[in-house]
Design a protein around this ligand. Structure first.
Ligand code: ADP
Ligand code: MG
Length: 224
């Protein structure tokens, strides 16, 4: 590794990836390194890690075109299943949500709804919309991160599942804020998606309850 590329400290040891903060030339970056899994056959493990690395990097690059704030990708190293991306300075929404006043909660979740509708109407499903995967910068910009479970889909079901996950996360981690936040989210989502396809928008939202009634959800960490 070049001396211009420095991994300074580990930010997170995840189930699938380790994240390091450091420098890539003069840029502050995050290295997202997908770790080998002993329980998989080695060759297969390599293929899975490479594919997921490429899928995530491509998704980040692609969705930037819709004007969505995501970390810029500086380098992709498929052989080492690593993405080098811009470090986004800010706070995870998960960590600051309770401290926000109701006006701000509504404001952010409306905007997040708008962002997710933009993704969906362009055929992208994020796959892991949680308050840990949203960063609010000091300028109050909203960044969406972690496209590790991203998929291309035009299916109502897949889009509903995306929204349903956020609903579950809000209920389980932010119970007292759930109602105000999810309502604002759906308002933002609808106002963007309705213009594109009102019937489909209604179907997607109605289908959240159908998924709910099936009663079994698979958490993101179990989907590995
Ligand atoms: N580009 C980034 N800028 C700043 N922090 C980041 C960035 N990417 C990831 N992180 C931090 O690392 C954590 C884990 O990254 P993430 O991509 O969500 O991987 P995981 O699959 O482990 O959830 C995030 O919750 C966030 O705190
Ligand atoms: Mg994450």
């Amino acid at each position: 590794m070049s001396s211009d590329v420095i991994r300074e400290k580990i930010v997170r040891k995840g189930a699938e990836a380790n994240l390091y903060y450091g420098y890539w030339f003069d840029k502050e970056v995050i290295f997202k390194y997908r770790i080998p899994k002993k329980y998989r056959i080695e060759e297969l493990d390599k293929i899975i890690r490479t594919t997921r690395t490429l899928n995530e990097a491509r998704a980040l690059i692609k969705v930037k075109n819709y004007g969505i704030n995501v970390p810029q990708v500086f380098e992709i190293d498929p052989n080492n299943s690593t993405i080098v991306m811009k470090y986004i300075q800010g706070n995870k929404l998960k960590d600051i949500l309770t401290r926000l006043d109701d006006f701000k909660k509504r404001h952010y979740f409306k905007k997040i709804g708008h962002i997710i509708a933009l993704l969906h109407k362009n055929g992208h499903v994020h796959g892991d919309i949680t308050t840990s995967n949203i960063i609010i910068t000091n300028n109050e910009d909203i960044f969406l991160i972690d496209f590790g479970l991203h998929e291309y889909s035009d299916m109502i079901e897949d889009k509903s599942v995306d929204l349903h996950l956020l609903k579950r996360v809000l209920i389980s981690s932010h119970g007292s804020d759930y109602e105000i936040c999810f309502k604002a989210f759906l308002e933002g989502y609808s106002s963007e998606y309705q213009q594109y396809n009102p019937n489909e928008c209604n179907e997607i939202i109605k289908n959240i309850d159908v998924i709910e009634s099936r009663g079994r959800y698979v958490s993101s960490e179990d989907r590995l």
